[in-house]
Design a protein around this ligand. Structure first.
Ligand SMILES: Cc1cc2nc3c(=O)[nH]c(=O)nc-3n(C[C@H](O)[C@H](O)[C@H](O)COP(=O)(O)O)c2cc1C
Length: 212
C-alpha cells in the first residue's frame, strides 16, 4: 500500500506542517513518500484544458508533474499547508489547482482517502474550509483533518521585531514586542500539544486501518 505525503511548509527548515505530515506517514506503517512542495519549481494550472482532457492528468512539464500520475496510483494522500493571509499557502493552492487534469468525464481520484493538515498562527478555519472546498471538487474522501494553531507570528523569526509596528507580534503585544527577548520556548511545536499529538496518531491509525 502506497501513501503519498505533500507539504507546503516553510522552506529551509522542517516546520510544524512538514513534521505533522511526516509523522502521519511514518506512523501509518505503509510504504510512504514525502514531498516538500516548497523545494520544487512549479506553477499553478495554466489553463491548457485540452492538454489534460484525454490523459486525465496534468501534463505541464515541471517538478510537480510526476506526482500527478503518482497520486492517481497511490492508495491514500496526506496534504499539508501553512496558512498565509488567512488562506492556504499559494504553493499548496498551485499544486491542487492542477488536480483539474483529473476532472474530465469522470474523476480518477474520486473516493481516494485524503488526510489534510493545516498549520498557522491562529484563526485557521477559513483556510481549512477553502482546502476542503477545493478537494471536494475532486470528490476525494477526506478521512481526517489536523489543525495546529501555533500562535507564533512570523515576526519571531524575521529579526526586526524591535523596530516594527506593523507585524503580528506588535498587534498581539503592542510596545512590549519591541523589548521582547525571543527564546526557543516561544516556538510552539505540535509535538508538545497533547491534543494535536493525539490527533496525528488518530489520523495515522485511520490510514493504517483503512488499508489492512
Ligand atoms: C507570508 C506569510 C503570511 C502569513 N499569514 C498568516 C495568516 O494570515 N494567519 C496565520 O495564522 N499565520 C500566518 N502566517 C504564519 C504561518 O502560518 C506560519 O509561519 C506557518 O504556519 C509556519 O509553518 P511551519 O511551522 O510548518 O513552517 C504567515 C506566514 C507567512 C510567511
Amino acid at each position: 500500500m502506497k501513501v503519498l505525503g505533500f507539504s507546503a511548509g516553510s522552506v529551509g527548515r522542517e516546520g510544524n506542517v512538514d513534521r505533522m505530515v511526516k509523522a502521519i506517514l511514518d506512523r501509518s506503517g505503509h510504504d510512504a513518500e514525502f514531498v516538500k512542495l516548497t523545494n520544487l519549481n512549479f506553477s499553478g494550472c495554466k489553463g491548457c484544458v485540452q492538454q489534460c482532457a484525454r490523459p486525465q492528468v496534468c501534463i505541464l512539464a515541471d517538478d510537480a508533474q510526476p506526482y500527478y500520475e503518482k497520486i492517481k496510483k497511490a492508495d491514500a494522500v496526506v496534504i499539508g499547508a501553512p496558512v498565509y493571509f488567512g488562506a492556504i499557502a499559494s504553493t499548496a493552492l498551485a499544486f491542487i489547482e492542477r488536480f483539474f487534469g483529473y476532472r474530465h468525464v469522470d474523476i480518477p481520484i474520486a473516493g481516494k482517502p485524503f488526510v489534510t493538515v493545516i498549520g498557522g498562527g491562529l484563526e485557521l478555519d477559513p483556510a481549512v474550509e477553502q482546502l476542503h472546498k477545493m478537494l471536494g471538487t475532486f470528490q476525494v474522501n477526506v478521512i481526517d483533518t489536523i489543525k495546529f494553531e501555533s500562535k507564533v507570528p512570523p515576526c519571531l523569526k524575521c529579526g526586526r521585531h524591535k523596530e516594527c509596528e506593523i507585524g503580528g507580534l506588535y498587534k498581539i503585544r503592542g510596545e512590549a514586542a519591541k523589548e521582547l527577548v525571543i527564546t526557543k520556548e516561544m516556538f510552539f511545536r505540535w509535538e508538545d500539544d497533547t491534543a494535536i499529538a493525539g490527533a496525528v496518531d488518530t489520523a495515522a491509525d485511520r490510514l493504517k486501518r483503512l488499508m489492512r
